[in-house]
Every structure is written in C-alpha cells, then in structure tokens.
Ligand binder design. Structure first.
Ligand code: DX5
Ligand code: ZN
Length: 218
C-alpha cells in the first residue's frame, strides 16, 4: 500500500494557543497551514510572519496551502522561510510550471491546487513538474464544509496519470475529510488527507489515529 499522510489543518485550531495546538498534533505527518488573503477567497488568515513562527515551533513539517492571488509573487517567500511543502492555486498563478520550478529550486516540495470548478485536463501532462496535487473537495475559504464526493472523478484522473507516468507525486484532498469520507477519497487515489474540524473537534491525537485507521481500511 502506498504511504498515507494525515495533515491536520490549523484553521480549526485555537489561534491564540497555536503552540499548544501544534504540539497536540505531533503524531500527524505534516501540519496544513491555510493562508488566505481576502481576495482569492473571501476570508483572511495569516501571512509570512506568523507562518515563520509556526515553522519555528512546529513538531512536524509545514504543508502550506496558499489561497492567495498573485501566487507567482508570494509563494517563493514561504519556501524561503522553510516550509516543507508549498501549494499554490492553479487559478492564481500566471505560470504554474515556472513557479513550481522556483519552489523546488529553493528546496520545498511544489504543490498545485485546483478549485472544484477547475478542469484537470491542462495539468495532467504537467504532473512531473509537481510534488503534490491538491484536489479541493470544498470551495476554498472556510473549514467545516461538506465533502464534495463529486470531485472523485477528478481525483481518479490524476491517479491514472500518476500511474501512467510512473510518478510518486502526492495526491491530496482538502475539505470535509472525516472518518466517514476519508475512505471514499483513499479509494479514488488520494494519499494525503487534510482535516481541520475532524481533528480539532475532538482530542487531536485520537482523531488522527481514527483517520489513519479509516484511510488504511480502503
Ligand atoms: C478550506 C481550507 C481547509 C480547511 C478544511 O478552504 O483549505 O484546509 O481547513 O477544513 P475541514 O477539514 O473542516 O473541512
Ligand atoms: Zn487547506
């Protein structure tokens, strides 16, 4: 079986107790950090100074999800501050391949994210340029929304292209992932799972273990 990763999203954490909230997910694979600019999405979270502090204290590597416009300009800064993985939106980048190459040159894994309405076709053959594809299973912007099972055909397209091209690119899903939906995404080819409300809505360590078990069962 391919490796599976559980990446809790700190969007559902208590922002005034971030250090403790990060320590509570030490058994996770990576911590998913949602950066929103109130322009690409109708919500605002944090920018480089806070992500830099998270990077300094987090027990697990950072999986930064940039929901910001003008990704070409801003994404490299997150790689420079030491994020393990930087994912930008296809809809927000003028030149996704050039940007991914810059991120990799800085030393980060390069990810590309697709909103639910975005056609996967142009990106299938570009897969070798990326270390991760994020298929959004909600409209980006907020935690706690319902999982869109109708994104599974898109995920399967990427899983097929990954197999055909013989790549080890990670296939990530984000939005509405819980112990009840994670198996559906795993079955469609996802190996990297973001979960915000499902992890922080209970005892994080237990919730992470529960998600791992549910993902592995498929
Ligand atoms: C939504 C964010 C997600 C969010 C997921 O735009 O990208 O990472 O935190 O939250 P849940 O798991 O609650 O759907
Ligand atoms: Zn996210």
């Amino acid at each position: 079986m391919t490796a599976q990763r559980i990446n809790p999203s700190i969007l559902s954490a208590d922002f005034v107790n971030l250090q403790a909230e990060l320590e509570a997910i030490a058994t996770a694979d990576l911590v998913h950090v949602d950066v929103m600019d109130n322009h690409f999405v109708p919500n605002l979270t944090m920018g480089p100074p806070i992500v830099e502090r998270i990077q300094a204290v987090s027990p697990v590597p950072l999986d930064v999800h940039l929901m910001i416009s003008d990704a070409d300009r801003w994404a490299p800064g997150y790689a420079e501050l030491g994020a393990y993985s930087v994912t930008f939106h296809a809809e927000a980048a003028a030149d996704p391949v050039a940007l991914a190459r810059r991120l990799r040159a800085i030393g980060a894994r390069a990810g590309i994210a697709l909103k639910p309405g975005t056609d996967p076709d142009p990106y299938l053959e570009l897969l070798p340029e990326f270390d991760q594809v994020l298929v959004m299973t909600v409209e980006p912007g907020f935690g706690g929304q319902s999982f869109m099972a109708d994104m599974m055909p898109k995920l399967r397209r990427f899983a097929e292209a990954k197999a055909r091209l013989g790549l080890d690119v990670w296939l990530q899903v984000d939005g509405g992932i819980s112990k009840d939906t994670i198996g559906i995404a795993a079955e469609a080819g996802a190996d990297t799972f973001v979960a915000g409300s499902a992890v922080y809505g209970g005892v994080p360590e237990h919730r992470i273990a529960e998600l791992r078990a549910a993902a592995a069962a498929h």
